[in-house]
Design a protein around this ligand. Structure first.
Ligand SMILES: [Zn+2]
Length: 274
């Protein structure tokens, strides 16, 4: 039984100056690749899903499959909901069997973010889930980032009781137009004031040396990788479909090399953060 919460793996990772990779999965191939990679590297891992899947008929089966794989895995696996924006989505996460959830109130004013995250943390914890919050704002799709203020981060962590805290130190979601410059010293100052593990969103395309520095010195113990991992799927799947052309290839066989590529990709990240 290796189904765990963030609380069971992140504090140790932070103490060791390492981080756990968190990959966004959306089907059986992406999910299996993450667990295969973690077992090959003998490291814990986090599988997470986009919050928009919650209201579809994909979420339930993916969570069930993730739990099935985690329970049989030789390494700890967290099944985490990424970027829930509403209290009701935390209730859905509990009902669907996630072991962890993020409540992202980072676009709200400070007091509202605290109030919503505190409510989410209470219900998550009472159901045995771990909870991640966000202070400062990591932008999506070219929006404006708000770098995390260390004093606010300390206040937020104390008032909400979250198990992990996503911070904004220069990364954004999606691909970059130019390589980002991370404010590692900001992470170092935050880490000195906040004892819980920090989370870095926007791993895709961020220079590895900066990520490693944030992990070693800046208290970052969870790094999210969605864009590049998902793109790895679509690029290879496109090649395999083109190769098959009009010829019939059973879908599981068609996607086998895709799973192999995804596993190789995930292993590299897991190793890089260890
Ligand atoms: Zn994110």
């Amino acid at each position: 039984m290796s189904l765990v919460t963030l609380k069971e793996i992140l504090p140790d990772a932070r103490r060791a100056g390492t981080a756990i990779a968190a990959f966004n999965v959306a089907n059986l191939e992406t999910l299996r690749a993450v667990v295969l990679a973690a077992e090959a590297e003998q490291r814990p891992v986090i599988v997470q899903t986009y919050h928009r899947l919650l209201d579809t008929d994909v979420s339930g089966p993916i969570v069930a499959a993730a739990r099935w794989l985690a329970q049989r895995a030789t390494v700890p696996v967290v099944v985490h909901l990424d970027h829930a924006g509403k209290f009701e989505q935390i209730q859905q996460a509990v009902a669907q069997g996630f072991t962890s959830a993020m409540l992202d109130g980072s676009a709200l004013p400070f007091a509202e973010n605290v109030a919503l995250t505190r409510r989410a943390a209470a219900i998550a914890k009472s159901a045995g889930l771990s909870i991640e919050g966000e202070i400062g704002h990591v932008a999506f799709g070219g929006g404006e980032c708000a770098l995390t203020d260390p004093a606010e981060a300390a206040e937020f962590a104390a008032q909400t009781g979250v198990d992990a805290l996503a911070v904004s130190i220069g990364t954004t979601h999606g691909y970059y137009k130019a390589a980002p410059k991370l404010d590692i010293e900001r992470a170092v100052v935050i880490a000195a004031r906040v004892s819980i593990p920090l989370v870095l969103h926007g791993g895709s395309g961020t220079p590895e040396a900066a990520i490693r520095d944030a992990v070693r010195r800046g208290g970052v113990a969870k790094v999210n990788i969605a864009t590049e991992f998902q793109h790895c799927f679509s690029k290879r799947a496109g090649e395999e479909i083109a190769k098959a052309g009009e010829k019939f290839v059973a879908v599981d066989l068609l996607l086998r090399p895709v799973v192999e590529d995804l596993t190789t990709f995930a292993r590299r990240w897991i190793r890089m953060l260890a």
